[in-house]
Structures are given as structure tokens and as C-alpha cells.
Ligand binder design. Structure first.
Ligand code: FES
Ligand SMILES: [Fe+2]
Length: 381
């Protein structure tokens, strides 16, 4: 793939960092440790997450008619379906009669028709429209049109299915996602597939996790047994694009390779990494991408969901093994074994009083930008 223009821009910026250091306007800073242990703060953060678009699936996972995803990580029971005309629908997984959960299991499933409530037998079609109320004469004032499942805003963009977990007629997805168009648009992820979805929990505050992915400083230290050797003497560059953070980390030999002027794909010499505000990590690896989202389920717990997305489904054993090795390295080696692991180590000492403040250097500046955006949005709620 030829470099999209945004990669040329990142290449120039990163060369400047290697040659002259980071922007002299950046300063080191601190965050109060109390920000990670405050229950009221967490409630405000979870409310905000439910008001923002979440990439809950890759389109290939909800491609066929009657496919369905049941997703509970936001603390709201969400269902996403694809109807026979190819339209997506998102709704709450809650019967409108007395509130029974309609599809019990979380995860992907295939619907036969629509939804049938086990309690009193109300049925809904795949779009959430109420079809049948057994013995409807028992509800002399009920208007069936007012008892469809509660719908949520949903759209497809960049090959992902985005849902907002707050009931509303519509949401301006474009305003939120347009700043990522130069980066994610040219990747054509619509035609890709998911090799595997990993889900796990980790005993840590979600903000500690997001900070780990906004930090170019740790790569060769924390990851020295896995991908660190590829990033020998690495430098990183970050900037904001709308509320999101766009960053790039150079690999060993970056400067020499960049100077040669013959880089067709920047991913051969550096790794573009994004935090799609507020809780999605997107990494453009060489030949594949990782989309991971960290959902806070408690003050000291996250639910982690990672889709390893590849250009096409493997058709040979060799290809399958190749992706298996990458999955093992990235999900179990790097993300779970190192990034989430170190976040759990931080969590264990958060309330010890050792650090009233956590301290950050200038290569960790995106952490501050991200906290500022989070605070601004919570205060505006
Ligand atoms: S609660 Fe669903 S039909 Fe009664
Ligand atoms: Fe990391």
C-alpha cells in the first residue's frame, strides 16, 4: 500500500524528533493518584463512555443477515443486529413488558427470526419492532407502536460498527470520527476480517490502561522481551486529531531508512498508534491492525476486548500459523503479558500513599492531553 498523505506528515515529524528532540514547548507534569480511586469520578466516566461512539465490532463479524452481537461491557445491555436488507440496528436487550433480558448470552450469535421473551412471550422482529403480545386484550390501553425495543444510534465507518449506548434518535458520528479519516480511511479495513477476538479482565483502573497506550517512553523497557528489540533507540511523536491522539513510534534504523527516501509503507519502519477517544486503542502493525477497547467495569477492573484484524482469512495452514504467532505475540505477549500486567502492578500500589502524584515526562505528554479532554467532556455533561 502506498503511504497515505498522513503517513508522510508523521514521517517528517518523527524525523524531526530524532534529529532535534521533542517539541521544546512540552513540559513534564503530574496527576493526583486520587484520580484513579474516586468512585464518583468513575461513575462520571462511565456515563461519558455511554454517551460516546464505541467500536463494538468489525463489520466482518456482523456481515450476514440475522447476525447479532450482545455486548454488556458498558454496563448497559446492548444488542446489534443486521437485517435482511443489510441495515444495522442497535437496541437495548430488554423486553418492554416487564424488562426481561431477551438474549441471555453475551457475544456474537445468529438469530432465527427476531426476539422472543421467555417470560410472557412478547416477540420482536430483528429491528426491535414489537410484533406480538399474547392475549393482547389484557392490555386495553397498550399502543404496540410505543413498545418497540429501545433503539440506540449505530453506524459503520472505517470497517467498524460504532454504537452509542444512550437512547437517542441520532448521533453525529461524522463530527466525532472525521478527524480520523486521513488515517483510518485509506486502510480499507472494510474488506478485512478478524483473525481472532480476545477478551479478558484486568485488575486495574481503565485510565492507567489508557495511559499505557499514550506513552511512547516505555516501549523498549517494558517490552524488552517481546517487541522491544524492534524499537532499539526508538523515538515517538504524538499529536491531537480532534479528541483523538495520533502517534508514531520509530523502529530500529528508522532515521537511516527514512533518509533513503524509498519508504513505500511507513509501517515497515515505524508503528502508527492511536487512541480513539476515550478508550479504544488502534495500532497499525505491519500487515495487520489491532483494535482494542478497555471498558471500566469497576474502579479497579477493566474488561478488555481486542480484535486482531487481517487483510484476508487465512487459506493455508502456513498463513494460519503466521497469524497465530502474531496473535500470541501481540495479545498474550505484549498487551496482556506486559501492558495490562504493568497496569495491575501500578494498581496494587495506588492507595499505598507512596505517590500522592504520578509523574510524567514530556514523551508522556499525550496522557495530559487525554486527561484534559476527559475532564472537559465530563464537566460539559
Ligand atoms: S417480560 Fe417479556 S414478555 Fe413479559
Ligand atoms: Fe506498551
Amino acid at each position: 500500500m502506498k503511504n497515505p498523505p498522513i503517513y508522510e506528515h508523521l514521517l517528517q515529524k518523527l524525523v524531526r524528533v530524532y534529529e532535534g528532540g521533542l517539541d521544546p514547548g512540552l513540559t513534564d507534569f503530574q496527576m493526583p493518584a486520587a484520580a484513579y480511586t474516586d468512585e464518583l469520578q468513575l461513575q462520571a466516566e462511565r456515563r461519558l463512555l455511554r454517551a460516546l461512539p464505541m467500536a463494538v465490532a468489525h463489520v466482518s463479524q456482523l456481515q450476514t443477515a440475522r447476525s447479532c452481537l450482545v455486548h454488556d461491557a458498558l454496563g448497559v445491555p446492548i444488542m446489534v443486529t443486521r437485517d435482511r436488507e443489510g441495515e444495522l440496528h442497535a437496541m437495548l436487550n430488554v423486553c418492554r413488558h416487564r424488562g426481561t433480558r431477551l438474549v441471555e448470552e453475551s457475544g456474537f450469535c445468529k438469530l432465527r427470526k427476531g426476539f422472543h421473551c421467555r417470560y410472557h412471550g412478547w416477540t420482536y422482529d430483528i429491528e426491535g419492532k414489537l410484533l406480538d403480545v399474547p392475549r393482547q386484550e389484557l392490555f386495553p390501553t397498550l399502543d404496540r407502536n410505543e413498545y418497540n425495543l429501545i433503539s440506540l444510534p449505530v453506524t459503520e465507518r472505517f470497517g467498524f460498527v460504532w454504537v452509542v449506548a444512550s437512547p437517542a434518535a441520532e448521533y453525529d458520528f461524522d463530527a466525532f470520527l472525521d478527524p480520523l479519516q486521513p488515517d483510518l480511511g485509506p486502510l480499507n479495513l472494510e474488506s478485512h476480517v478478524v483473525f481472532r477476538r480476545a477478551t479478558t479482565t484486568a485488575r486495574t483502573n481503565w485510565k492507567i490502561v489508557m495511559e499505557a497506550f499514550l506513552d511512547g517512553y516505555h516501549v523498549r523497557h517494558l517490552h524488552h522481551k517481546t517487541v522491544g528489540p524492534y524499537f532499539k533507540d526508538h523515538r515517538s511523536y504524538s499529536e491531537l486529531t480532534g479528541p483523538h491522539v495520533r502517534a508514531i513510534v520509530g523502529r530500529g534504523g528508522f532515521l537511516e531508512a527514512a533518509a533513503s527516501g524509498s519508504i513505500d509503507d511507513i509501517r515497515d519502519i515505524a508503528t502508527p498508534t492511536y487512541v480513539i477517544f476515550p478508550n479504544t486503542i488502534f495500532v497499525a502493525q505491519p500487515g495487520f491492525v489491532s483494535r482494542a477497547t478497555a471498558y471500566p467495569t469497576a474502579l479497579d477492573e477493566i474488561y478488555w476486548e481486542h480484535d486482531l484484524i487481517i487483510p484476508e482469512a487465512p487459506t493455508t495452514e502456513k498463513a494460519r500459523e503466521h497469524w497465530e504467532v502474531n496473535y500470541e505475540l501481540i495479545q498474550n505477549g505484549v498487551f496482556k503479558g506486559e501492558d495490562l500486567w504493568v497496569c495491575e502492578q501500578i494498581q496494587k500500589g495506588l492507595r499505598s500513599g507512596a505517590n500522592e502524584f504520578l509523574t510524567y515526562g514530556i514523551e508522556e505528554a499525550p496522557i495530559q492531553w487525554w486527561h484534559e479532554e476527559l475532564t472537559r467532556r465530563i464537566e460539559a455533561e
